[in-house]
Structure formats: C-alpha cells, structure tokens
Design a protein around this ligand. Structure first.
Ligand code: HMG
Length: 395
C-alpha cells in the first residue's frame, strides 16, 4: 500500500507585526487579557502589496525545487480571503512559480476548513497517480476591523504543503471523520470586506463540534488519546484550542498522557502566538510549530489533527512522523518572526485597512512596502499586477 503524506512544509507571513500590548493599551484593555486570556503576543499585519497570492507564492517558493515544479500536476489553494469570484488564485501562483503547464489549478472554500479537504483530495489524486506531487496552499488575511471583538485575533499568512508518495515529514492515515453543522457563527457575505461574527457562540460551537467529532472518531477507529504524541488544533486564538484539549481529557486519561499532550500543545502554538489567526493555514501552522519546536517527538509518533471551519465543517484525521522528518524543517523560524517590523497602532490601522484607490479605467498604484519574494505592485485595467521582488530592492 502506498504511503502518502506531507513531504515538505513552507510558511510565509507579512513583514510587519503589531504587539498585543500596544493594541490592548489603545483599546483600553488590560494587556493580560490578550496575553493570558487569548494566549496571543503579536499579530502579523499585511500591507496592500501583500495578498493571498503573494503569501502563497512566498510560502511555496520556500520549499519547491526545480524538480518539484516539473512534477507538480495539481495546485489547490484554500482560502476565505479570495481576490476574485472567478479566477482561482492558484493560477497566479502557478505562473509566479514557473510550474510546468500541465497542471490542474483550483481554489477551495469552507472558512478555515478547506485546506483539510484539499489535503484529502491531494491524497486521493496521488493514490491514482503515484508519481505526481500536489501543492496544497492555505492562504489568508484575517481582518475583523478596528475596535471589533475579533480585532485581537487577526493575522496573515500562508502555509504550503507538498503532498507526495513516500513523504519526508508526515505519512497520512486513511482514517478521518468529517462533520457538517449549519450554523451562523462567522460568515462574510460577498458585499463585505470583514466578517460578521458571533464570537462567544463560535467558541461554543468550536468546542462542541470538537467533542462530537472526536467521539465519532473514537467510535469508528477505536482511538484513545494515549495513542497520540500530540493533538493539533485549528488555532483561531491559542487559548480556545487549549480549552478544547482540556475538554478531551477524561478521568481515565493518565497523568503521563495529559502531560505529553499539554507539553506538545504549547509547542504547537509557538508561532500562532506571534502571528495570529491565518484561517485556512492555522491548523497547519500549529503542526509546523509542533514539529519544529517539540524536543520529544520522534519517528513513528502519531499526531492527530482537528480542523474547524465556521459555518461549520470539522474534520479529525491523523498521521505519523517519518524517520528523519526534522531534516526537512527549519531551525530559525522564530528569529525570522522576531525580525518583522513592529507597527504602532496608528500605523497598523492605516496599513491593514488600506483600500486601492482606483481610477475610472481600473488602475491603482500602491506605495511600496516590505513584502516577501513576491508583491502586488498595483492594478491595471482591473487586473492585479504581481512582481518578483529583487532582494536588492527590498526596503
Ligand atoms: P473577548 O472580548 O476577548 O472575550 O472576546 P472575553 O471577555 O471572554 O475574554 C477572553 C478571555 O480573556 C477570557 O478567558 C477572559 O476570562 C480572559 P476565558 O474565561 O474564556 O478562559 N480575560 C483575562 N485574562 C487575564 N487577565 C485579564 C483578563 N480579562 C479577560 N485582565 C472572542 C473573545 C472569542 C469573542 C473574540 O476574540 C472574537 O470574537 N474572536 C473572533 C471569533 C473567533 O475567533 N472564534 C473562535 C471559534 S470560530 C473559529 O475558530 C473559526 C474562525 O477561525 C473563522 C473561520 O473558520 O473561517 C474564526
């Protein structure tokens, strides 16, 4: 039987950030509310020249070799901050990365969940075409708006997952349970730039669907928490996921299992604590953080993952670590995150919510900002203009 899973993981976020304590002071909140109440220290803030295409391209260019680009035959971009109702963002990414032309490129949506559906589609595709590779991108900019309840849980970032047979990082198991529940906890109609959110209700739904999906997973696969070295969660803000983990513990859960899962939980939130919610990529940023920071994980350890997308769809699935997985990860990611430029609250308000000023012909020019290796330079005739950023041109 073919082993299929995550061969490489790339990550990109914006070059700017907002410290939570600055936001707390500006909003007359106790900084401890964000630091301890939400478990957040900073948020990534993207300028107008960074969007889901530039972030996804940066995340993928971080990991892809020329050989990968010749072998990828499907690109799926999961997002809920789409830039076009018609054209898939993956088509732009395909072009910016010079991936070979005989590729299926699509975009997928279901709030923060769809990257998980993309992963399953990729797995099924490779089952039928064992020599192909699939690029799954989860790319979002999470904007709730100034002075909203969700403001402290914003963020921006993209995860790139290269899916192949004989993967070098995580072998996926063919065991999953998905769950759909029609609720209005968080939604964004086409005419809105920011979502409507029933914040407290959404947290209750997250916790309740976690319980229901886990019970079903346990029933179908005879699973126990003790089977796993770590439990990764969708991370809208890390404190909610911690509550979720604690709710899964029962009186039968041993002290050792509780300690193992709790220790690894904290390793899984290291990056999200300073990046914020990146919607579709959030669960996978948690996985990356776990793998790059946990000192106890080892080959063959099983990891279980909970994906949640408002609306709502959830899924629990699992995988195990492959021998040598650490050699395919990075050691200095925290240093890169610390190198982002810190913004004042006023600068954040101007930068994060800046809108294109379009003339009658559909042209807009943008000021130049720091970005990753790709940038949105402007709009011409209603068409987005992407450029590769020369290292020397970076301001
Ligand atoms: P809030 O106003 O921060 O709520 O809004 P709060 O007053 O309950 O405070 C939060 C925590 O801080 C509480 O902790 C307080 O006790 C604590 P808890 O009791 O829950 O453990 N706190 C303090 N701690 C220390 N020192 C203090 C202090 N003061 C208070 N001085 C809310 C929270 C979730 C409503 C808000 O952040 C929000 O609207 N967020 C956006 C929605 C969201 O993230 N929902 C999560 C589930 S839905 C989801 O995951 C999907 C999503 O990713 C989107 C998608 O799928 O597309 C969002």
């Amino acid at each position: 039987m073919l082993t299929i899973g995550i061969d490489k993981i790339g990550f990109a976020t914006s070059q700017y950030m907002l410290e939570m304590k600055e936001l707390a002071i500006a909003r007359n909140e106790d900084p401890a509310k964000f630091k301890e109440g939400l478990l957040l220290d900073a948020l990534s803030i993207s300028p107008i020249t960074e969007d889901i295409v530039t972030l996804a391209s940066s995340a993928a260019s971080d990991i892809l070799t020329e050989d990968d680009k010749q072998t990828i035959d499907m690109i799926i971009l999961a997002t809920e901050s789409s830039i076009d109702q018609s054209k898939a963002a993956s088509v732009y990414v395909h072009s910016l990365l010079n991936i070979q032309p005989f590729v299926r490129s699509i975009e997928m949506k279901e709030a923060c969940y769809s990257a998980t559906a993309a992963l399953d589609y990729a797995r099924l595709h490779i089952e039928n075409h064992p020599d192909s590779k699939v690029l799954v991108l989860a790319s979002d900019i999470a904007k709730y708006g100034i002075n909203t309840s969700g403001e402290p849980t914003q963020g921006a970032g993209s995860i790139a997952l290269l899916i192949s047979k004989d993967p070098h990082i995580l072998a996926l198991h063919n065991k999953s349970v998905a769950h759909t529940r029609d609720i209005m906890d968080f939604w964004r109609p086409n005419y809105r730039n920011t979502p409507y959110v029933d914040g407290m209700y959404s947290t209750k739904q997250y916790l309740d669907t976690l319980k229901i999906t886990w019970q079903e997973y346990q029933k179908r696969f005879d699973a126990e928490l003790s089977d796993y070295a770590a439990f990764c969660f969708h991370l809208p803000f890390p404190k909610l996921a911690l509550k979720g983990l604690n709710k899964l513990f029962t009186k039968e859960t041993s002290k050792e299992v509780k300690e193992r899962l709790t220790d690894n939980f904290y390793h899984s939130i290291t990056y999200s604590k300073v990046v914020g919610n990146i919607y579709t990529g959030s669960l996978y940023l948690g996985l990356l953080s776990l793998l790059e920071n946990s000192p106890t994980l080892k080959a063959d350890d099983k990891i279980i993952l909970f994906s949640y997308g408002s609306g709502a769809v959830t899924e629990i699935f699992s995988g195990h670590l492959v021998e040598g997985y650490k050699n395919h990860l990075q050691a200095n990611r925290m240093a890169q995150l610390q190198a982002r430029t810190a913004l004042s609250v006023k600068e954040y308000e101007e930068m994060f919510f800046e809108e294109p000023k379009m003339d009658e012909e559909g042209n807009a020019n943008f000021k130049s900002y720091k970005t990753g290796p790709f940038a949105l330079s402007g709009i011409q005739n209603h068409q987005r203009q992407y450029i590769k950023v020369d290292e020397n041109d970076k301001n």
